[in-house]
Ligand binder design. Sequence first.
Ligand code: M3L
Ligand code: AKG
Length: 408
Amino acid sequence: MRIESVKRGTSVFENAVKVEFEDLGSSTYDWIYLRDNCPCSECQHVQTKQRVFDIFNTLSNKPGKDLETSLKRVEQYLADSDFQIMNSKLVCNWSDSHISEFDEKWLLQHSYEPKLTSKSRKIIPNIRTWGSHEFWQLNSDGTGVNSYDRLTHELPQIFEQIHVNGFAFIQNVPVTLESTERVSAAISIIRPTHYDPCVWDFTSDLAKNDTAYTSLAIDMHVDGTYWNEPPGYQLFHLLEHTNGEGGDTRIVDVAKILEILVIKAAADRSWQKTLQVLSEQPLVFHQSGDSNQEFEQDSFPTLTLAKDGSLVQCRWNTSDRAAFIEPLPRFTVADIYQALFRFNALINNPDNYVQFKMEPGKIFVFDNWRVLHARTAFTGYRRLCGSYLTRDDFMARFKSCYPNSHDA
Ligand SMILES: C[N+](C)(C)CCCC[C@H](N)C(=O)O
Ligand SMILES: O=C(O)CCC(=O)C(=O)O
């Protein structure tokens, strides 16, 4: 590693140092970026790994002074800096005698101009999409059969299944609320809602004004479309179904549906518009059954996609979709309904979904942002319990099972 060049510009944001790495090429680092991210124990809290050095307020002698004065102060601070390579590290000598040292691994992992390594911060498995055929293959070899009595030991495997496949089953669970709570709390943090502060336990008695609390069929949907953040994960445990039939569960992998949509959009302009409508047109959802709390959300499309086009979140719920609609200028209501009909046809295509009957003692937990679920109508007495689980805490627990690809 060697310093290829040092650029001293006229403004504070025009100072940079270019570092050449033997066989990986060169990358440029802004001085302001390096000072902001000094990894030493004075600037980064050793235990909490949080930044302690505040570049916006520390360098200017009176935090909060006007912008120009602050930037001038930072400019003076950086102006007398010099850089060298010592012991295979880039050493930055700042004008206040503070020294920042960056090793080659850190510089490569944090490179941005250009980015020299494709490694993400955490090496976690990619997701695996499925349709009807692949789903039954996922479970045919019996691997990854999780059991309640091995819960703690099998948690990493359960986390991986939920992340990779979008769902997991846990067998031999005592048919109680307590064991359902234990499994829920092991997977993530139970999200309290107006339905229940912990594990909800319901039957078809309209205890809450929602069709889930009836014996009606409910088509494919995500729960919580009317919240800013739909529950990241959802867990079901059928406690009882007697003197009746039906109540089957259907699920579909929207990550798979997105793959199908992308292929269709690449081949057909009308499907391109369909994908645009699904990924851009916000729809309004509501939960208005209880007069003393009405939820409504109108900011999100059916498919929220990441920069790389992958699925972040699906919001689909025909029961909870409100009557209001506000087409974006480039879409007509006809465009929107054509897209919704097409999406509905895909999620209800037997090639794409699977149907099964939940059983007491077997917990079904799934990614509520990716996997839609439906219920067929039923007769008899049917009691279901379960929980909403927070997404960030699940991902944090899941990622903690994997080595750091590098420090923060
Ligand atoms: C799961 N639990 C029975 C507690 C609530 C069901 C909520 C159903 C609501 N229509 C939604 O889709 O969000
Ligand atoms: O009763 C069921 O099987 C599921 C009900 C449902 O879809 C829900 O609660 O979101």
